[in-house]
Design a protein around this ligand. Structure first.
Ligand SMILES: Nc1nc2c(ncn2[C@@H]2O[C@H](COP(=O)(O)OP(=O)(O)OP(=O)(O)O)[C@@H](O)[C@H]2O)c(=O)[nH]1
Ligand SMILES: [Mg+2]
Length: 462
């Protein structure tokens, strides 16, 4: 290990227990605000600022107390609830205090000022969670999951992050790593004590193969994690007057886009977000695709084409009254060449649904008839490996993905070496590299730079 690396055991020697405090709720007027403090001597430092100092000092492991929070001159700032969590029974693993005050901006400011002039310093983003990691309460995958829950943009993303917070990634990595460590240990004994007759130590190729398969399937889940977190871009396209804006409004449940019987109503694209089957969707209504003399409309069509170019899925709407024309066929073909495309046959309230061409989903954007079927068709195309994601660890961190890939590269090298009969000491280096990369995922081995990069993406107060 190089000198700037640390393990969880170093937390004390690094002096990370200095008292920190921060607002954990938004800086805005609200019913209640939560101010969080953690570190050495927090209870001692806060006691003189509370109307019942002795009670606070004597509070057992987790206690809620009602009283007044005061400035250093004993003037009451607000009536508060103070929650005491004694180490190690706290989020950070240190002594911690949470002050629930009224969610008033002057109250929040005065309490923070008082804390900052009484021995606390403002916490850095993610510093409470960093401490939880340093005191061994959370490994890095769970620490990342905390941030992923906060940032979840759909219920599905939340549930996948909860699964990670429960340790699914940590367990998956540890179980893979454990087997590699066993092999390496035997190899190292042989290298360190060549005079001992340990028998010939071989790296079992089947274990390497199996580990590669397991890591490959874990890394493949990154795509699933991303879709649920970042969402997808869905564009509604079609000729003018097909009913694109009507459908757009139906999906976003409000009259966002202007609907009229004048062809060329939508001249620029309109964007809104919605959720389809747990996936956050950026939905785009586009200008009807047609050749126009009007320069503004032509520009709108150009923009719409570029939106279509960047979409992950296109819903192509045909006006059922006019039917599918050659222009539609050409465009659908062009689009489907590049991205998944769902085709809808609109206005079935006016036309006989039986004439709906094969492959098209007959809908009415006006009455909402059969729009659920369209929604379901969109869902199956945008939610990847739906069943697969259930209960299985799904990664959502580029850091974890990169490290798994690093471990995989090292294991593939190991395999090449083993297959070619390379001496075991040379192969051991690749194996060590794989173990090291896996250890970085959970944070067993880490550096300040890695931690800084990771926790700076957190909210202050978390
Ligand atoms: N009866 C009926 N009318 C519809 C339906 N969908 C849309 N319309 C009508 O068709 C006309 C065009 O609808 P829009 O949603 O503005 O069509 P658009 O595709 O956005 O048109 P442009 O923006 O001009 O390209 C409006 O008068 C809508 O009320 C439908 O399912 N049934
Ligand atoms: Mg429109």
């Amino acid at each position: 290990m190089s000198t700037d690396e640390k393990t969880t055991a170093d937390a004390d020697s690094d002096g990370v227990h200095d008292p920190i405090a921060a607002l954990a709720t938004p800086y805005a007027q609200s019913a209640v605000a939560v101010i969080r403090a953690s570190g050495a001597r927090v209870i001692e430092l806060i006691a003189p600022l509370f109307s019942r100092p002795e009670k606070l000092r004597d509070a057992p492991r987790y206690t809620i107390m009602h009283g007044r929070f005061q400035d250093r001159d004993g003037r009451t700032i607000d009536e508060v609830l103070v929650n005491v969590f004694r180490a190690p029974h706290s989020y950070t693993g240190e002594d911690s205090v949470e002050i629930n005050s009224h969610g008033s901006l002057p109250v929040i400011e005065r309490i923070l000022e008082t804390l900052y002039s009484s021995g606390f310093r403002p916490a850095e983003p993610g510093e409470f969670t960093l401490r939880a990691f340093l005191t061994g309460k959370l490994d890095l995958t769970r620490a990342e999951a905390v941030n992923e829950i906060i940032r979840a943009r759909s219920d599905r993303a939340r549930s996948l992050a909860m699964n990670r917070l429960g340790g699914s990634i940590e367990r998956a990595i540890d179980s893979v790593k454990g087997r590699l460590v066993d092999i390496l240990a035997r190899v190292e004994i042989q290298l360190d004590y060549p005079e001992e007759d340990t028998g010939e130590v071989v790296i079992p190729p089947e274990v390497i193969d199996e580990t590669i398969v397991r890591l490959e399937s874990l890394v493949a889940t990154y795509r699933i994690g991303r879709v649920y977190q970042e969402g997808v871009r869905v564009a509604i396209a079609g000729r003018t007057n097909a009913g694109k804006s009507s459908l757009f409004n139906l999906f976003v449940r409000e009259d966002r886009s202007i609907v009229s019987d004048v062809p060329g109503t939508t001249r620029d694209y309109i964007e809104a977000t919605t959720i389809i089957d747990g996936v956050p969707v950026r939905l785009f209504d586009t200008a009807g695709l047609r050749v126009s003399e009007d320069t503004i409309e032509t520009e709108g069509v150009r923009r719409s084409e570029s939106i279509l170019g960047a979409a992950d899925l296109v819903v192509y709407v045909v006006d059922g009254i006019e039917g599918v024309v050659a222009d539609d066929e050409r465009r659908v073909e062009q689009i489907a060449d590049r991205v998944p495309c769902v085709v809808a046959w609109n206005k079935i309230d006016l036309v006989d649904a039986r004439v709906c061409p094969a492959g098209y989903i007959g809908i009415s954007a006006e009455t909402g008839e059969n729009v659920e079927a369209l929604r379901a068709a969109i869902a199956t195309r945008i939610t990847p490996e739906r069943g697969v994601a259930d209960g299985r660890p799904v990664i959502d961190s580029v850091r974890q993905k990169d490290l798994i890939e690093r471990a995989l590269a090292a294991l593939r090298e190991t395999k090449v070496g083993v297959d070619a009969g390379v001496p075991v000491d040379a192969v051991a280096l690749d194996l060590q590299e794989a173990i090291r990369a896996l250890g970085e995922i959970t944070g067993e081995v880490t550096t300040d730079d890695i931690l800084d990069a990771m926790f700076s993406g957190f909210c202050v107060g978390k």
